[in-house]
Design a protein around this ligand. Structure first.
Ligand code: TRP
Length: 478
């Protein structure tokens, strides 16, 4: 039976197994031979777009665009998506689809069994574990704001803004919402690739789009901040650009496209042979950027219509907007926080899936066991993040775990994972394998490989050095 399935897969793939990894016996191999694939191309695109679209788009992109001054930052960010994001996403899809395994197994299949490159996979699994622990806490705040919106925001601006401090300062509430969110994520991932992740992405993503289009139209046409918002996002003022903002744009391109930790390797491993990697990567990057810009328009129209500061920072969504929502009422605020919750949920399931796929493929665990055990461990780490009063000394001051984990993953783990992934594809994987997966060997392919060999790694290295505060031309204050 096993041989028959394997032979079928070989015929289907039109190729021989690539490494001797297929000779290893064990549950992991059975899984490879019978690996489930996405039921449809649409399902795959929605799931991968769902992973990409998250708190990064609705919360982080608008606030950093606000902080770094608008249009010029947006242009640089678009450049980063094209030069760094897209080539890296293509690389992750190549590794995933060729490997047909979790990130650790996939690197081995493309190189050799026991290859040191599997360490990149481990780094990814570890990043997924840590990111989800704090991501779920922030997502929990989003759910809590759905209910706060239903009840309505009342009081003075200070009182409304103060609600946020009350929430994050209260472990009870933060942990409660974190529990709800983790339970939802685990519930979806237990359902599996087709019946869990794909099915829910097909529900969450269209819903998200409908809500966002509605909010954007409201902002553009029913408030008087629309024109200003468009000008702010699309009229570049290059005098506002700094080295700092360029590096932030680069780092954000990474985070928002879910790159550098094997999420796209894992999703790519569920791709069939017939999908076209480049076309799909372009679609996903485009949709992610589109949604970020739409969220920006919706949010800044509101902000400008009330004459508020676009550069409010991380509190933009949970502090500034609720003050406006007190005026607009729940008809705007409820959909907004539902949108944020949906965006976070479809990303969280991709983070959990990376960890789960490792234990299923490599350790032979059942999906349910992997979801429950790893989900619970991640949940417990999240409890630490949700308890703001637990602080340790980090980089010279007392900080909570949420900020520390965010800092370490965004600045070190993801860029390092991304750098190694790109070097692996550019310098280690054979040209034949690469071009086969790419789907052509013409000028587009050659340009992409050249970019991956030189431009992407240098750009990512700059982000890493910046994270380490080691760039000679920047000023780092303590
Ligand atoms: N891309 C998501 C966002 O914009 C976050 C995310 C999900 C992520 N999965 C990831 C980031 C994997 C890095 C790696 O919010």
């Amino acid at each position: 039976m096993f041989l028959a399935v394997q032979a079928f897969r070989d015929v289907q793939c039109g190729e021989k197994p690539m490494t001797n990894r297929t000779n290893i016996q064990g549950a992991g191999q059975q899984h490879v031979a019978t690996r489930v694939h996405w039921a449809s191309r649409m399902g795959f695109i929605l799931a991968a777009t769902g992973s990409a679209i998250g708190l990064g788009n609705v919360w982080k992109f608008p606030y950093i665009t606000g902080v770094y001054g608008g249009g010029a930052f947006v242009l640089v960010y678009l450049g980063c998506v094209i030069i760094v994001g897209l080539p890296l996403m293509i690389s992750e899809f190549i590794i995933g689809r060729r490997g047909q395994e979790n990130p650790v197994g996939a690197f081995q299949r493309l190189h050799r069994d026991g290859s040191v490159w599997q360490a990149v996979g481990w780094l990814g699994v570890a990043s997924g574990f840590i990111i989800l622990s704090f991501y779920s806490v922030v997502a929990g705040w989003a759910i809590s704001y759905v209910f706060k919106s239903l009840a309505g925001f009342e009081g003075t601006a200070e009182q409304i803004q103060g609600q946020f401090g009350d929430l994050i300062g209260s472990p009870t509430w933060s942990i409660l919402w974190h529990t709800v969110f983790m339970a939802l994520s685990i519930g979806i991932v237990i359902g599996g690739v087709q019946k869990g992740i794909e099915r829910w992405s097909k529900i969450l993503m269209p819903a998200l789009l409908v809500i966002l289009v509605g909010l954007m139209f409201y902002g553009l046409f029913f408030t008087n901040g629309g024109t200003q918002a468009i000008a702010f996002l699309f009229n570049p003022d290059f005098s506002k650009l700094s080295a700092e903002s360029v590096l932030s744009a680069l780092g954000h391109a990474f985070f928002t496209l879910s790159l550098g930790m094997g999420a796209m390797i894992t999703y790519g491993s569920y791709m069939g042979r017939s999908t076209r990697i480049v076309r799909d990567a372009v679609t996903i990057s485009f949709l992610d950027t589109l949604i970020a810009l739409m969220a920006g328009l919706a949010i800044f129209s509101l902000v400008f219509s009330y004459g508020l500061e676009p550069a409010a920072g991380p509190g933009l969504i949970f502090q500034t907007l609720p003050v406006l929502f007190a005026e607009t009422g729940p008809l705007i605020s409820v959909p907004f926080f539902v949108l944020l919750t949906f965006a976070a949920l479809s990303s969280a399931i991709s983070l959990l899936e990376v960890v789960v796929s490792y234990f299923v493929d490599e350790r032979g665990w059942s999906r349910t066991k992997a979801c429950l055990i790893m989900g619970t461990l991640i949940y417990l780490l999240g409890v630490l993040c949700a308890t703001a009063s637990i602080q340790v000394a980090f980089r010279g001051r007392q900080q909570g775990f949420l900020d520390i984990f965010d800092f370490i993953t965004t600045n070190y783990m993801l860029p390092i994972g991304g750098l190694l992934t790109c070097l692996f594809i550019a310098w280690v994987v054979k040209d034949k394998v690469r071009s086969e997966e790419f789907g052509s060997s013409g000028i587009v392919y050659k340009t992409t490989v050249l970019t991956l060999k030189f431009i992407t790694p240098i750009a990512v290295l700059l982000v890493i050095l910046h994270g380490l505060e080691l760039l000679p031309f920047m000023e780092y204050g303590q």
